[in-house]
Design a binder for this molecule. Structure first.
Ligand code: NAD
Length: 485
């Protein structure tokens, strides 16, 4: 085993997990056993909630300008340790080192935003009648939880950690059992940055801990990022227990390509979007709808895809089951009459026999009802459908139940605006394959890609991680009593 057994982080220190049920942590890059993760039981969550509840009193009363000093130092530590953090992400998730470095750079940007929160959460005050003032302030919620997926072992945790903590909450995070290592390193850096013990804890585990989080009376809010199936379960269970909840789900992002699109630029963007992080991004392009004659662009897309080589500029998919599932989708599409123009099935990398790779795959002549057109594949695969008109293309996009992202490729401003107005997705791109809004803009989809109100990052996250206190004061004795008193 390359690393020691996974432990929880509770009350500012790592603690052994007492469990006979363990999950191996295997690198998708080469099949090497990195570590093993014992599954925590609900009693470990109790310990973390107790530590967080104790820490909350003093942390929530620490002025925000003081709290964010921790995140200035944390940002510096992320920068200082970027290489080592990226190695861990790449090893446990299977993405390339370039992608892992980009992931840590995004963590730095997210932390940078958190340090600006004092400027953004100033309240309001107004003299509402003679001598009487109303004032609002954002106050922290209490002990909150964050449940995260495997595809960004460091970035998705950092969607929630800096903002929730800078805003005065104490957090318990439940990493994905597939990638439990990166969060432990983040905990060490937060401690080194001066975060008081108990403000941040990690409870490692699987479904049992997720359910215990949703049920725990000491946790007031839950954020979740993962598949739609689990997002629904978590949202229903947490809100049933009267907790605030924001649950982000899966995606099936459509790219609409018009014949006037710049061919080279479109091909590069389409391929980068569908194959980046081996297609394991909730913002990855998964379906493309060509409007009219776009054969010249499809040819360039295939040329670009052939430049994407597993083990070189394409990482691995998370595990064997995932590789098999993705390859099954491709085979099924072929049986249903679609044409596989670039085939990534059976990809291997010399010297990395245990790695789980799928090559870039372009499937053309897909019909809207096929499984590759409707389901989230979560691999480096794009399904191309064709229509005669933009309205037909939009109808296909609108009919999919998800709504994370949609993009249009065109040189026509009017057509682009038409798509922005009509696509049923929370994040729209024009000539951009991965339209992730950067801070201070918030990240979040629509429809079955998100349950709950507001967004998880950026300014919108302030509303999720705080509640408003409204106070009305009268210090002036001459103010008397009026109709409002
Ligand atoms: P997942 O839903 O399997 O797991 C997410 C978390 O839920 C993990 O911590 C896991 O331990 C837990 N979990 C899994 N099954 C559970 C169950 N039955 N009951 C309770 N908890 C359970 O997701 P994943 O495979 O880790 O991640 C990939 C998915 O996440 C994709 O669908 C992707 O689109 C989505 N995702 C969405 C966003 C977004 O912003 N919308 C971002 C990243 C990933």
């Amino acid at each position: 085993m390359k690393y020691e057994r996974v432990r929880n982080f509770i009350g500012g220190r790592f603690v052994d997990i007492k469990s006979n049920r363990t999950i191996p942590v295997i690198s998708p890059l080469d099949g090497v056993l990195l570590s093993e993760m014992p599954c925590s039981s609900a009693s470990a969550l109790d310990e973390a909630v107790n530590a967080a509840t104790k820490a909350f009193h003093s942390w929530s009363r620490t002025p925000i300008k003081e709290r964010v000093q921790v995140f200035y130092r944390y940002k510096y530590l992320l920068e200082k340790n970027i290489q080592e953090l990226a190695v861990l992400v790449s090893e446990e998730n299977g993405k390339t080192m370039g992608e892992a470095i980009a992931e840590i750079e995004k963590c730095i940007e997210l932390t940078e935003f958190a340090t600006s929160l004092p400027q953004l959460i100033t309240g309001e005050v107004l003299e509402v009648s003679k001598g009487v003032e109303c004032r609002t302030e954002h106050v922290p919620l209490g002990v909150v939880a964050s449940i995260v997926p495997f595809n960004f072992p460091s970035m998705v945790p950092n969607w929630t950690i800096p903002n929730a903590l800078a805003l005065g909450n104490c957090m318990i995070i439940k990493p994905s059992e597939k990638v439990p290592l990166s969060c432990g390193r983040l905990a060490e850096l937060l401690k080194e940055a001066g975060l008081p013990d108990g403000v941040f804890s990690i409870v490692q585990g699987d479904r049992e801990i997720v359910e215990a989080i949703c049920d725990h009376p000491g946790i007031v809010a839950v954020s979740f990022v993962g598949s739609t199936k689990v997002a629904k379960l978590v949202y229903q269970r947490a809100t049933h227990n009267l907790k605030r909840c924001l649950a982000l789900g899966g995606a099936k992002n459509h790219l609409l390509v018009l014949p006037d699109a710049k061919a080279d630029m479109t091909a590069q963007n389409v391929v980068a979007s569908m194959s980046g992080c081996a297609g394991q991004r909730c913002m990855a392009a998964s379906a493309m709808v060509g409007v009219g004659d776009i054969d010249h662009i499809i040819k360039k897309i295939c040329d670009e895809a052939r430049k994407v080589v597993p083990g070189e500029n394409l990482g691995a998919v998370i595990n064997k089951e995932s590789k098999e599932r993705i390859e099954r989708y491709i085979t099924e599409a072929e049986k249903d009459g679609a044409k596989v123009l670039v085939d990534g099935r059976g990809a291997t990398v010399i010297g990395k026999d245990g790695g789980t790779y799928v090559g870039p795959t372009i499937i053309d002549y897909v019909k809207p009802g096929m499984s590759v057109a409707t389901e989230e594949i979560f691999g480096p695969v794009i399904s191309i459908m064709r229509t005669d008109t933009l309205d037909e293309a939009l109808a296909i996009e609108n009919a999919n139940p998800y709504g994370n992202a949609a993009s249009v490729f065109t040189q026509n401003g009017g057509a682009a605006r038409y798509v922005i107005d009509r696509a049923s997705a929370g994040m729209i791109g024009v000539n951009i394959g991965v339209p992730v809004p950067r801070e201070p803009f918030s990240f979040g989809g629509w429809n079955e890609s998100k349950f709950g109100v507001g967004d998880i990052t950026g300014k919108s996250s302030i509303e999720f991680w705080t509640k408003l206190k409204k106070s009305t004061t009268k210090w002036n004795p001459e103010a008397g009593i009026n109709w409002m008193s």
